[in-house]
Design a protein around this ligand. Structure first.
Ligand code: SF4
Length: 459
């Protein structure tokens, strides 16, 4: 089952793809269905119920605000981040449904966090009710945020088509992907490029790949330049600007040691992860919580790696992203990228695996070396729990992005120093990751009820 590049890498707002972007998209879709069916103008009130992980960590992840953005008909990629929609709503108690139809709406009254209840189909459930002036129900829909910003309505979650997007080179497992590459004498990036070219015009695909790369790099640059305290109860200061200043000083004083490169990778990952924590514009890679890993490894490639690469800078960046997209497709088909389902293995673990494969490919690695890089990266993230302190995507998430980025570089380098032969296949590691994640107690799967969230601090 192939997942398109356009679904793997979405541009949106932090701090969480499953808890911010997914609920925003679900709310927007609910409103759009009301509009299409001619019921929008009859709506007098809307009630929203958040279940499971969305209820338990929704406040820290900005879920209620995201629901409001979606009800307003805003899009995560284009929403004006300079405008304070929530303040406007709090002052007026008037929400323009779909941007056109005014209703009375109070966030505290109309969005309920149902902390005691998890819907059986998925840990991230939401119910939207639209009522008319007499209190009669106009629409009642349940949606699930299944990871990476993707959303399914209740009737779709069990009936996902085997191949939602027919493509010439469909693959579900890494073994199938490797077979295609060997048979057709194509790289992984070329397979993805051909598939994408059948889904959309090639210039659209090319400009999307460039836009994803640019958006990631803009997030790095903004994160380095922005000081201040991150939102939420932890009152954490942004660290990226301070790390950057120290690195610049060391550079100008000729005080550079052999491991300074690790400081740079940490800096780039911190910059994006802090932007995400502050609700800034980042790219799901594969999620918002793990959005710092791939940009940091790509900046490493751009600054240090590409000198030894067979590709030009721009081509190398595109090979990196297209390869990473194929690896994400494997995790989506055979496991999960949702922290609420499989813990942080599915977020920073998958990001690390994608980044390792992308870097190995951009450095000219063989198909076997690329698989090996992705496999090493996940093998050493197995069992990684999701236990965000105070339900905020900050501790351990920001540092975890940095550790994941450094680990990805190491995994790629290990793979590139070998001949590609390896004992454990990527498919075996993905199956193990999925089994391990589902065996984790619920407290370690984005509920903020156990682990660091329980023992580290009180909120
Ligand atoms: S611990 Fe990992 S999975 Fe959980 S919120 Fe943080 S980044 Fe996401």
């Amino acid at each position: 089952m192939y997942t398109s590049f356009f679904d793997v890498f979405s541009i949106g707002i932090g701090p969480s793809s499953s808890h911010t972007m997914g609920p925003m998209r679900a709310a927007a879709r609910f409103v759009e269905e009301l509009r299409k069916s001619g019921r929008l103008e009859k709506v007098a009130s809307v009630k929203v119920f958040l279940y499971g992980s969305l209820a338990l960590t929704g406040e820290g992840h900005g879920t209620p605000s995201a629901v409001v953005y979606g009800l307003l008909g805003e899009d995560a990629e284009t929403i004006d981040l300079g405008r304070n929609f929530i303040r406007e709503l709090q002052v007026s108690n008037c929400l323009l449904l779909g941007g056109i139809h005014p209703i009375d709406f109070n966030m505290a009254r109309d969005i309920s966090l149902e902390k005691e209840m998890t819907l059986p189909q998925h840990a991230n459930g939401m119910r939207f009710l639209a009522l008319d002036a007499q209190g009669d129900i106009l629409a009642d829909e349940v949606f699930f945020s299944i990871g990476g910003g993707a959303v399914r309505r209740a009737d779709e979650i069990d009936e996902m088509p085997e191949e939602p997007q027919p493509v010439p080179y469909s693959f579900r497992t890494c073994a199938e992907l490797v077979d295609i590459c060997r048979r057709e004498r194509m790289t992984i990036a070329a397979v993805v490029r051909v598939n994408e070219g059948t889904l959309r015009p090639v210039p659209v695909v090319n400009s999307r790949v460039r836009l994803v790369w640019q958006t990631m790099q803009q997030a790095v640059d903004r994160g380095i330049a922005t000081t201040g305290i991150l939102p939420g109860g932890l009152k954490l200061s942004r660290r990226a600007p301070q790390i950057y200043r120290r690195l610049e000083e060391k550079f100008h004083n000729n005080d550079v040691d052999a491991l300074t490169i690790i400081d740079w990778i940490n800096l780039w990952a911190f910059a994006v992860a802090e932007e995400n924590a502050a609700g800034g514009r980042v790219v799901t890679a594969p999620t918002m919580g793990s959005a710092g890993v791939i940009p940091a490894v790509m900046r490493y490639y751009d600054r240090f790696g590409c000198k030894e690469s067979p590709y030009s800078r721009e081509t190398g960046a595109s090979v990196f992203l297209l390869t990473a997209s194929a690896i994400c497709s494997l995790y989506r088909a055979n496991a999960s990228i949702s922290g609420a389902e499989v813990g942080c293995q599915g977020e920073v673990g998958v990001a690390c695996s994608m980044a390792a494969a992308g870097l190995a490919a951009a450095m000219g690695g063989t198909i076997e070396q690329i698989e090996n890089a992705a496999e090493i990266a996940m093998e050493h993230n197995l069992g990684l729990t999701c236990d965000p302190v105070c339900g905020l995507v900050q501790v351990p998430c920001i540092e975890r992005n940095a550790i994941g980025a450094v680990k990805a570089v190491n995994a790629a380098r290990l793979a590139l120093r070998g001949d590609g032969s390896h004992y454990v296949s990527l498919d075996s590691v993905i199956a193990t990751m999925d089994e391990t994640g589902r065996a984790l107690a619920a407290g370690y799967r984005e509920t903020a009820l156990a682990g660091l969230a329980k023992n580290a601090l009180t909120c």
